[in-house]
Design a protein around this ligand. Sequence first.
Ligand SMILES: Nc1ncnc2c1ncn2[C@@H]1O[C@H](COP(=O)(O)OP(=O)(O)OP(=O)(O)O)[C@@H](O)[C@H]1O
Ligand SMILES: [Mg+2]
Ligand SMILES: [Zn+2]
Ligand SMILES: [Zn+2]
Ligand SMILES: [Zn+2]
Length: 874
Amino acid sequence: DQITGLSPAISIEQRTTGSNPRSTVGTVTEIYDYLRLLFANVGIPHCPSCGQEIKSQSVERMVEAIMTEPVEERVNVLAPMVRGRKGEFKKELAALRVKGFTKIRIDGRLLSLEDEIHLDRRKNHWIDAIVDRLLIRSGAERRLRESIEFALSLSDDVVIINTNGGGDRLFSRRLACVECGINVPEMTPRVFSFNSPHGACKDCQGLGVVEDFDPNRIVPDGSLTLIEGAIRPWMSGDRKLDKDAKYALGKLSEKFDIDLAVPFRRLPRRLRDLLMFGAAVINRKKVAPTASRSTKKTGRIDRLGKDFEGVIPNLRRRYEEGNWATQEALESYRSIRPCSACDGERLRLESRAVSVNGLSIADYVKLPISEALEGFERLKLNDREALVADRVLREICDRLRFLKNVGVGYLALGRGASTLSGGEAQRIRLATQIGSNLTGVLYVLDEPSIGLHQRDNQLLLSTLARLRDLGNTVVVVEHDEETIRTADYVVDLGLGAGEHGGEVIFQGSPDELSTKGDVSLTAAYLCGERMIPLPRKRRRSSKGCLTIRGARANNLKNIDVSVPIGLFTAVTGVSGSGKSTLVNDILYRVLARKLYRATDVPGQHKLIDGIDLIDKVIQINQSPIGRTPRSNPATYTGLFTYIRDLYSMLPEARARGYRPGRFSFNVKGGRCEACQGDGVIAIEMHFLPDVYVTCEHCKGRRYNRETLEIKYRGVSIAEMLQLTVDQAMPLLENFPLIESRLRTLQDVGLGYVAIGQSATTLSGGEAQRVKLAKELSKRSTGRTLYILDEPTTGLHLEDTRRLLDVLNLLVDQGNTVVVIEHHLDVIKTADYVVDLGPGGGDEGGAVVVQGTPEKVSEHEKSETGKYLKRFLLH
Ligand SMILES: Nc1ncnc2c1ncn2[C@@H]1O[C@H](COP(=O)(O)OP(=O)(O)OP(=O)(O)O)[C@@H](O)[C@H]1O
Ligand SMILES: [Mg+2]
Ligand SMILES: [Zn+2]
Ligand SMILES: [Zn+2]
Ligand SMILES: [Zn+2]
């Protein structure tokens, strides 16, 4: 009813990884926003053309600088009118005469404007009007200031001061290169944003990459000749050269003397460019077609001669003009490449020419976070700079330090957020909220340990402890034993899950909780009364191995890894060590290609041996089981089909002639038509996400009145969908097909989930277990490979234990199971462990050790082994 003693609160929720290509580590953590502020305030602009530093100065500063010259020094104030341009400049000279000027400097020579002046119009000239000549002495400031201002007004805010001792010096009142006359934009934060038109590179709109037709995809096999169809888009469906293309080739080969019987890659560079980019390209290089004279005379367009468009410009045009289907068809010839205009740095040239301590903002985001931190810690601001940028710099350093402390110092701020590994993304998100050193705040974190290796988790826990010591309150929702033991105070809720929970069972210190083994499951595991037992003996491989050789995608260092057939293998290693890359990007994709002709391109590797030892591969990941509220565990696992059958067999249903379809909310008949079976109605809110309101007609029950009249043991079909798996079990256990599916849902720890809970509300871990349940209810082939990436995410130890039982059952049937796991209770039960590392990112990607858990625990370089030891004792 009431919460008292509340401080300002920050709540950090679970994974929501964006896949926006504009998000980077820097933008997600907001460090990039502070960097932009820093650069806008203390950055030093340089001329994008000549690279010289650009300074703008007030007239006052210019006067001060000049007054430091020795007394009696002669000073000329000049207004530059023409700077290295060709022409006679008669008009300009006449204008100066009209304004009353008498002296002028042309190409370094002093001339009188009263004389006739003839300039060679083919040469470059420099013309400066002489505004004033004066001597330095006290009291000259006022005249100097007026002359400078006059000169600035004549020549676009630039003035030349010439003295005997110092020669010419250029001053500018604006941010402009005095040499090249190039203006640079005023320095505001948005100039450094690649998400703003003021900062973004024009060619790639700030993405750093461009998608365009790729010669390597257009000619995938350079050993083919043109006639054999080297140019893939010129082939027709039946793998023959297209008729029109054949005609065009004939003409082109005549005009440009192209040998059609030579492998494409052996053709001279010039001809390959001609075919790819068109005749315009080689005309520029002054290579005219052999028969060009006649065509030139007629002036007609010669599409297969001098005006040949080129394959790539042609494809670009068709792509731009084409409809959706055309674009789809041409997509396979395109690829993503770094933008050449900005070198992949996303920003326009002017923005990249601004530096702080010698590095541009683009340079900083390429550095590993730990190096960038060192750079900023060393940065010395002068008084003026400190005034505007001290806070900003502190904020940057605090956040970078946080990232380094939680173990991702090897990442660069410019890394795309969508390419981060699970554990990296997890910590990046934390940095956003707790990266700056606030005090007096209440932080609420939902399972921060998810996806973290024990080592990374300890780094995180010590960071949380520091946060507490700064005077904050930290509340963590967590299953992780280490976190519970580290806490100052534990609140244990229970007893069961879902319906059976919701009560406070214990509050107090973790030590106290672990003496009360009988009160709750948490306590039982804490004091070791309950635990996941070590397997009595480990299985040994007798059926050979799947061996990945020469894996080098992402950070993998050309490694060989074996997965024994018929065993339970755990792939381990600190976050970012390369586990997902190895297992999902290489192993799974290769097998899916071989076994199912899937099209995803596997990560780089040499080959995989032993594929013939399996006949099926199943990857069970954490993506949603469906994106609409219409899918749910019952529909996804096939359970709902049998439940509908059951309802249609009831005497009342048969009497009315209801068939199974009557009990579906996806087709007309039995469902509520007002909401078309959704139970809710979406109301469109302009500029806001849709709002869902419960359907008035069926009151959210999704079915019409007649359908709901059919009841099985007093339960309508709508009520059935609202029951949890555990609640439905006693009602339905007499129907073997239904019972076995409910049982598998229980086995994977989903007893508490309503069978009709909509897919959109299931967590990633729950979705993964629903998928697992579906796979389990199929007959296994006994030669299947199951791949799971962190299946214990969000699971309590009790549920983890059940999950392991299920996985072991699969292995006992002869199948092979590979799990990527951080959970030491899982790793200790594996038959075989592949430990990657030793670190994350570039510091990882090698095999530290592979073998039994015992072998891993004895390996001194293995971070996993270090923590695993304790778990192997009992
Ligand atoms: N597209 C990419 N471009 C560059 N680096 C990438 C890309 N994808 C992944 N990486 C990097 O490769 C390394 C290995 O990533 P991977 O996802 O395999 O790690 P992991 O061991 O599964 O980590 P976690 O335990 O956090 O899931 C990470 O440092 C990651 O940032
Ligand atoms: Mg991973
Ligand atoms: Zn310049
Ligand atoms: Zn660009
Ligand atoms: Zn309705």
